[in-house]
Design a protein. Structure first.
Length: 416
């Protein structure tokens, strides 16, 4: 399918896969029908996970900028990735930054944002103190790290990137890289997933990779064949060098959707400034002179609109996480944010608000009139709803309900 066709047909797919007819029955707290109720049903929060990494929550020294970062984030996002990189989470052996991460997760909960932990196992951001230990000791600590963190944050963080980029771990000369090289990626990833599952049987567990390739596909296939508890496939899409053609985005969705698991685009980067040179493969250098530009922001908007529309239209995609939310503290110092370093919104941020937030193009705000049985129907996006209106007597009533893609479409709405 040509790129223009992909975009033009996206709205039809969105209507098909992101909406349903909700059959609503309005009742009192005692379960009695409310005939003749007149009101509105308004989408408060999408079921689709619209996210970004929230690494700067609680980490900006300027209080004003911190406040604006938090407000901008919470105004748009319902999903946040929090940093559990071993080398920064446990800078000193036995002294993890659990309190700092708990505060970040608490902030998410207070703002009705779903938190995800990232990552539990990775060959990079390796703790310097671990280099002095034997490989056997490091791997034992790695396994205990999975068990402990997932159990400790149970109920506060119930989604985890359990393993990151295992298809390339064998290239790294440290204990994690050597473990995966000797045992094989599938065996190590499956073991890590099982440890996390035992620590929290309700957690959603991801395998996450940038290496969109036959190796990635083979690993997912091996995990499924081994009955490992992999619940979601995480696909990274950093575009510091070149933008993915829309056809590549679509083909990637189609390729990984065939495994029957939900897809999360876990790390999506589209710059609003100059791109990296094709031969620049240094992903660790931080640039202090990499700036957002008006022209770059216009290009980010143009591509970003098509990216979000296309991914939102694919039935297998359940989440998009932007990397980073702000240019302040962005990976490599890149102009990757949806907001600038001063927290002012870029055009793509404004478009996302206009598209996904209540009252936007992909939001439901519908008038309903209940019949004599207290029933009414409305075509709705999947998510959480607020209802306000009046009974036939004139009494003002309000309530809430959730319409889920995988849940019942006949919904009882309690009004009081």
């Amino acid at each position: 399918m040509k790129e223009n066709g992909l975009v033009l047909s996206a709205e039809e797919r969105i209507a098909k896969h992101r909406m349903a007819e909700a059959n609503l029955t309005f009742v009192t707290p005692r379960g009695k029908a409310i005939p003749g109720f007149k009101g509105r049903v308004r989408l408060a929060k999408h079921e689709f996970k619209l996210g970004a990494n929230a690494f700067r929550v609680g980490n900006i020294k300027d209080r004003g900028l911190q406040r604006e970062y938090n407000e901008r984030f919470a105004a748009l996002m319902n999903y946040a990735t929090l940093p559990f990189y071993w080398g920064s989470y446990e800078r000193e052996k036995g002294a993890p930054a659990a309190e700092r991460l708990r505060a970040m997760a608490d902030w998410c909960r207070k703002n009705d944002i779903i938190a995800k932990g990232h990552p539990l196992t990775w060959h990079e951001v390796f703790p310097s103190w671990a280099a002095e230990l034997s490989d056997a000791k490091v791997i034992a600590l790695q396994k205990e790290r999975i068990r402990h963190i997932v159990a400790e944050f149970r109920g506060l963080i119930d989604i985890w990137d359990v393993v990151n980029e295992a298809t390339v771990s064998h290239r790294f000369d440290n204990a994690i890289g050597r473990w995966i090289k000797s045992r094989g990626a599938a065996s190590c990833v499956a073991q890590a997933l099982r440890l996390a599952h035992r620590a929290n049987g309700r957690a959603v567990l991801l395998y996450n990779d940038f290496n969109v390739s036959p190796q990635f596909e083979a690993l997912v296939k091996a995990l499924i064949r081994a009955d490992a508890p992999v619940h979601t496939i995480g696909i990274q899409s950093h575009m510091h060098k070149v933008l993915w053609p829309l056809q590549r985005l679509w083909d990637t969705c189609e390729t990984y959707a065939r495994f029957g698991l939900p897809l999360h685009f876990t790390e999506t980067t589209v710059l609003s400034g100059r791109l990296k040179a094709e031969d620049d493969n240094d992903w660790h250098a931080v640039h202090t002179d990499w700036r957002t530009t008006k022209r770059g922001e216009a290009a980010q908007l143009s591509y970003g609109k098509r990216l979000y529309t296309l991914l939102f239209s694919h039935p297998a995609v359940e989440a998009i996480t932007w990397w980073d939310f702000s240019d302040d503290g962005a990976w490599q110092g890149a102009p990757a944010g949806l907001v600038r370093s001063d927290m002012s919104p870029k055009p793509l941020y404004n478009w996302l608000v206009e598209s996904f937030c209540p009252g936007g193009r992909w939001g439901t705000d519908a008038a309903v009139v209940a019949d004599g049985s207290g029933c009414a129907a409305a075509r709705c996006f999947f998510g959480d709803y607020e209802v306000v209106g009046r009974a036939a007597s004139g009494k003002r009533l309000r309530g809430r309900f959730t319409l889920s893609r995988r849940g019942a479409k006949n919904v009882e709405v309690v009004l009081a």
